[in-house]
Write a protein that binds this ligand. Structure first.
Ligand code: PMP
Length: 349
């Protein structure tokens, strides 16, 4: 979801942006009016996430998946080695991609229990001389979330925050690179936000495309080519909305309340079972199932008839998944909880 007030504001200025006579979609990215939109969005992002001067924000096309290649291409050249935490679908794809570019070690994995948990700090084994340690802070498909920032000593942390960015405060100074496809919590699809420690850039693989070099994108303020102008404009509107919710601090309080509403249903239920182990439960993606696939199917169908969309779980996990990103109102979550309770009352024998 995108916040309704944001969609309404975008609709109201769709054909004529604040009296300038054209739509944001029609503007030159070099025009003064667009440069202001761009600068403000970037400044708001920096302010809301308290990004220190050591780090720079770049907007890159290709979504989070392109970052699976950009991260090793930019960083692995320092030592030729990198460590990956494998805790779900996307971190495993990221690791496979990185293997093209260097020697990759699995520092920890939750594969033994079908990614239902997050490894503890003691279970993380970093290799000496790794250029970076990569992990995914929220596993969108499995519904698990890291509740701590891994301690990897001198090895820079690289984190895929695609599905939980801006849902709680982050100490950016602890990270070498943070990246996130924007389409869950920040904007419509079309790019990734990448936050880079400037001290790490400049050792990229010589074959790295110019558009994927962090150094070049920083030097050109994300405008080496025409950026996804409308997506960045929408990002700006969403950031203003996020600020009104109290920024990451405010959202953190709201998201815990929202997730609790659904986890309370699961905990009280004799029919629904959560997929994730309790300490690792995600506040963004609530994964659950009934006792059998057939009943799961009935649930998804009936939910859709009642107006609840996209509840079918990813094929790797099955069951159901309620994605309650930042823009999902508490009211929507309460309605789903009520629907789940009434479904159980009707179908549980
Ligand atoms: N990482 C995570 C954690 C995701 O949730 C997703 C999208 N579901 C991706 C990567 C892939 O993102 P994109 O489609 O922007 O490439």
């Amino acid at each position: 979801m995108l916040p309704l007030p944001v969609l309404e504001e975008a609709a109201s200025e769709m054909t004529n942006y604040r009296g300038c006579g054209m739509s944001v979609m029609e503007m030159s990215h070099r025009s003064e009016v667009y440069q202001n939109i761009f600068r403000e969005a970037k400044a708001d992002l920096k302010r809301l996430l308290k990004i220190p001067d050591t780090h720079e924000v770049v907007f890159m096309q290709g979504g989070a998946i392109l970052q699976f290649s950009a991260v090793p291409l930019n960083l692995i050249g320092r030592t030729g080695k990198a460590d990956y935490a494998v805790t779900g679908n996307f971190s495993s794809i990221a690791m496979k991609e990185a293997k093209k570019y260097g020697e990759i070690s699995v520092a920890c994995s939750s594969e033994d229990k079908n990614h239902t948990y997050i490894p503890a700090q003691d279970d993380i084994h970093v290799s000496s001389g790794a250029s970076y340690f990569h992990y995914c802070s929220n596993n969108t498909v499995y519904g698990t979330e890291w509740k701590y920032v891994p301690d990897t000593g001198d090895i820079p942390l690289v984190c895929d925050m695609s599905s939980n960015i801006m849902s709680s405060p982050v100490d950016v100074s602890k990270y070498g690179v943070i990246y996130a496809g924007v389409q869950k919590n920040l904007a419509p699809a079309g790019m990734a936000v990448v936050i880079v420690d400037k001290a790490l850039v400049g050792a990229e693989h010589p074959l790295t495309p110019e558009l994927m070099k962090y150094r070049v994108m920083i030097d050109n303020d994300s405008m080496l080519n025409t950026p996804p102008c409308y997506t960045i404009y929408m990002l700006g509107l969403v950031l203003k909305w996020l600020e009104k919710q109290g920024g990451p601090e405010g959202i953190a309080r709201i998201k815990v309340e929202k997730a609790k509403i659904l986890y309370d249903v699961l905990d009280d239920s004799k029919m629904f079972k959560g997929n994730a182990s309790v300490p690792a439960r995600s506040d963004m993606n609530i994964t659950f199932r009934t006792a059998n696939d057939e009943l799961d199917g009935v649930f998804v169908r009936e939910a859709s008839h009642a107006g609840f969309e996209n509840l079918k779980g990813h094929r790797a996990v099955g069951g159901m998944r309620a994605s309650i990103y930042n823009a999902m109102p508490t009211e929507g979550v309460e309605k789903l909880a009520a629907f789940m309770r009434s479904f159980e009352a009707r179908f549980h024998d």
